[in-house]
Design a protein around this ligand. Structure first.
Ligand SMILES: Nc1ccn([C@@H]2O[C@H](COP(=O)(O)OP(=O)(O)OP(=O)(O)O)[C@@H](O)[C@H]2O)c(=O)n1
Ligand SMILES: C/C(=C\CO)CCC[C@H](C)CCC[C@H](C)CCCC(C)C
Length: 225
């Protein structure tokens, strides 16, 4: 099993801190949504912060702006060009979920939860506890995939419960659970495939979740926008 240094220069190992940012930035952004009004333009106002972050990632990733700290905190290997892939896709997904789903559908919450809570936890758990590799993808493990499924499902149900309690969705947790579990399973299978070199997880995971969400959760009616 790979030994993972817990602390390297500072408090957290870089791979761990990067994944913690990956797991928390999206849900923290979602938790600001109730602060916005019910006006039709509110969702577009909410995209300002991720939009500015996208611009910042492009400026740093192309070398127009220097920011060693940002490069170190969100890139795998410290190459600024990496910011134009995973991290930029991540922020674009936040913008897309905000515009197309907002507080009107749980599909956006599920897609974002699987990208943040699921894919992020898969890496953290898989690196530390992953012993048995997947037969069709030796770079990933059963432990990582199980963590992805459970982490994405738990974050999804937590956010749906919150948004239901705030009156945004007309739904019962028992009613949506089977659909969210099925969406989480499909997204977990997609994430486990050896396709990350051609399709980034930050696109394939939320994309597959959104497609499944359309099929399985489309009927969940919004109470208010
Ligand atoms: N289902 C999974 C997913 C990840 N991992 C572990 O986490 C590591 C990184 O996973 P991966 O998704 O490939 O991360 P990266 O793509 O490198 O990171 P990022 O998604 O942030 O770009 C893998 O090598 C593996 O050790 C795992 O065991 N099982
Ligand atoms: C390491 C990451 C992805 C690679 O898989 C995550 C990148 C995170 C972005 C650089 C920053 C995203 C910030 C959000 C758009 C806004 C968060 C606001 C909230 C209130 C903290």
């Amino acid at each position: 099993m790979q030994t993972v240094p817990v602390a390297v220069k500072g408090y957290l190992e870089q791979k761990l801190s990067r994944k913690l940012v990956h797991m928390t930035a999206g849900p923290l952004f979602l938790l600001t949504w109730p602060l916005f009004s019910a006006e039709p333009y509110a969702r577009y106002l909410a995209t300002v912060v991720p939009g500015l972050n996208a611009i910042r990632l492009v400026l740093i990733g192309t070398g127009v702006v220097e920011s060693e700290g940002t490069v170190k905190s969100v890139s795998r290997e410290g190459d600024r060009a990496e910011l134009l892939r995973g991290p930029l896709y991540y922020v674009l997904v936040l913008i897309g979920v905000t515009i197309f789903y907002w507080r009107a559908s749980p599909v956006g919450l599920v897609a974002l939860s699987l990208m943040c809570g699921g894919d992020g936890l898969a890496d953290i758990v898989g690196r530390r506890l992953g012993k048995t590799k997947l037969p069709y993808n030796p770079s990933k493990t059963y432990a990582g995939s199980i963590a992805m499924f459970l982490g994405g499902l738990a974050m999804s149900m937590g956010l749906i419960a919150l948004f239901c309690s705030l009156g945004y969705f007309r739904c019962s947790m028992g009613e949506v659970f089977p659909s969210v579990a099925a969406i989480s399973l499909v997204a977990t299978l997609i994430e486990s495939l050896p396709i990350n070199q051609s399709v980034d997880d930050n696109l394939s995971v939320p994309g597959s979740a959104a497609l499944m969400g359309y099929l399985l959760l489309g009927a969940v009616a919004p109470a208010v926008l």
